[in-house]
Design a protein around this ligand. Sequence first.
Ligand SMILES: N[C@@H](CCC(=O)N[C@@H](CS)C(=O)NCC(=O)O)C(=O)O
Length: 332
Amino acid sequence: MATVASNGVEPAAKKLKAGTDEEELCYVTDVHSTGVLGTDRFPVNEGESKRYHLFVGKICPFAHRAEIARKLKGLEDVIGLTQVNSAQVEAGWRLDDTYFHSTQADQRGEPNPVAEANNVPDLYKMTTPSFSGRASIPVLFDTHSKKIVNTESAEIARFFSSDKLNHIKACKHPELDLYPVAERAAIDDFCDKYGAEFVKPLYQSGFTKDQTRFNELNDQVFGYLAKLDDCLGDGRTFVMGDKLTVADIHAYVHLIRFDPIYYTLYKLTHRRISDHPNIKSYIQRLWQLDGFRLTTDISASIAGYFESWNQPNCPMLVPKGKGGLDLWLDGV
Ligand SMILES: N[C@@H](CCC(=O)N[C@@H](CS)C(=O)NCC(=O)O)C(=O)O
């Protein structure tokens, strides 16, 4: 009898999509955007609390960025949030209530408020009826027009960090400027390089079937981490210097998942994050901020990756524990 993983996915149904390694990358580069939050099309008005709703999932580092930005700015009463089922199935992210079984009650989010949608692809089809591509999270959704506003994590994090929401009384941290005008070019440059030099080869390492290519990709991943560790060794508190910015949100989400997930699942075993002293203490500093610690449910992220249908993990066994994170983050 086939074993069914705790998320209800049968391993027999799991198969990788056909195509090149590049096509199998487990992140989506298409952006589904219909406008900008805080403009005429998607105004943010007092008295319209939770008109905009965020769909995220604990597995997903990209969705995690949007969740962190929402929490850091104190927008919990302004922007609604639903956690999708934490493992991905072939038909797309599910909007049922499995994540509500999480032991971390404060992280569960709200039930899906969009009655017409059973899964994330439905949200895309409501926006673009002919949609047939990959329906990724995060999704920022307008419950009034029933359209997606945006699906790109970096853009959503910037919307939440912009001054467009600061006038709303329920925004708890209007003073916090995570995307200062004077530093935007440097922040964008950091984020672009982080994506190209670290995130892309990281996922490619997980999916290539060629040893030479795998070795090259490993060199890129660990070359980037060595460079970042060096850079953080000059005494700076955050990646851009003394101030917390969206660049820290951008970087944290993959660094925190590295030891418990990519290290084993993508065979990136040359070094752990905890072997990089400056990155390790940087993550420990971020961990002390509620916006980072209280949005991270590493057990759900591990289970999500190891149980998702499109990951290189067969059989779908989920590692025990937290990949050693408890050894250097508990009690920090
Ligand atoms: N460019 C997107 C990437 C988002 C993304 O790829 N999310 C993944 C989950 S981690 C997803 O939903 N993938 C759907 C799929 O693979 O079909 C962003 O940064 O927001």
